[in-house]
Design a protein. Structure first.
Length: 257
């Protein structure tokens, strides 16, 4: 299946980290988050990627055009300069780079790459700012069996605030940490059928008007995942992901034995 990656947003909440680096290229350890995400999909056999570019398009293209696996991979140097890589990254990946507009929203970016999905019964999509240990094979198989138009992963809200419960007299009777509540959010791991384009109109935000239509048609599935999931929305999130990776094999590194 092809994988659509939305890479064109401004990433305003993490721009404190760097004005020059678009969010997909913010490093987690030695490699950018988009590399970790693509490595995750490739592990399950999905190696045909479509990058929806906008803000930071040049930097993203340059990263892949000038990618040097020696910088972040282990290798052996022998015989006066002969180099042997001990691991391979994306030599068998196919990556299509498409300019989908500097200010386009996610729905419009998807609409603008429709021609690159012709002939595909189903495809995957992602915001390109989250990582998970989700069993993608099981997720895709379940979606295929359900026969619905779209599905996404729902996860527990990862925030640190408390939900306030109060009565009609404004007297608080319960403070509930959001992670202990039933509040769930969109985790950004999508699967679609071609019919998604039948409900997606120009300039509509993907999860607003189109998803509302799908819900009315009972064609949208929210798949709960209570395993590992983290997104990188702020610089603090980046530091937390760095810390998780530094401990050893990170949960999202399903490609490692």
């Amino acid at each position: 299946m092809k994988v659509v990656l939305f890479c064109g947003g401004l990433g305003t909440r993490i721009r404190e980290h760097s004005e020059r680096v678009p969010k997909p290229l913010v490093d987690i350890g030695a490699r950018p988050i988009i590399w970790h995400l693509m490595k995750y999909y490739a592990h399950y056999g999905h190696k045909d990627f479509i990058l929806c570019l906008g803000h930071g398009a040049v930097a993203i293209k340059e990263f892949f055009l000038n990618y040097d696996a020696r910088v972040s991979s282990d290798f052996v140097l022998q015989n006066g300069g002969e180099l042997k890589l001990l691991e391979r990254d994306f030599e068998d990946w196919k990556i299509t780079f498409v300019d989908t507009g500097l200010h386009s929203n996610v729905g419009e970016r998807l609409r603008r790459i429709r021609q690159h999905l012709e002939g595909e019964e189903m495809f995957l999509a992602n915001y390109s700012d989250g990582l998970t240990d989700l069993d993608l094979d099981a997720y895709v198989q379940a979606f295929r069996k359900r026969g619905k138009t779209a599905c996404f992963v729902s996860v527990s809200a990862p925030h640190t605030f408390h939900i306030v419960h109060s009565d009609a007299d404004q007297l608080a009777f319960k403070l509930e940490h959001v992670t202990e509540s039933n509040v769930r959010i969109n985790g950004g791991f999508f699967a679609f059928r071609q019919e998604i384009f039948d409900v997606l109109l120009p300039d509509e935000e993907l999860v607003v008007e189109p998803f509302r239509r799908l819900m009315e048609m009972k064609q949208l599935v929210a798949v709960p995942h209570d395993g590992f999931w983290r997104n990188m929305d702020t610089f603090k999130d980046k530091l937390q992901l760095d810390e998780i990776l530094a401990r050893g094999r990170a949960p999202w590194q399903v490609w490692q034995k």
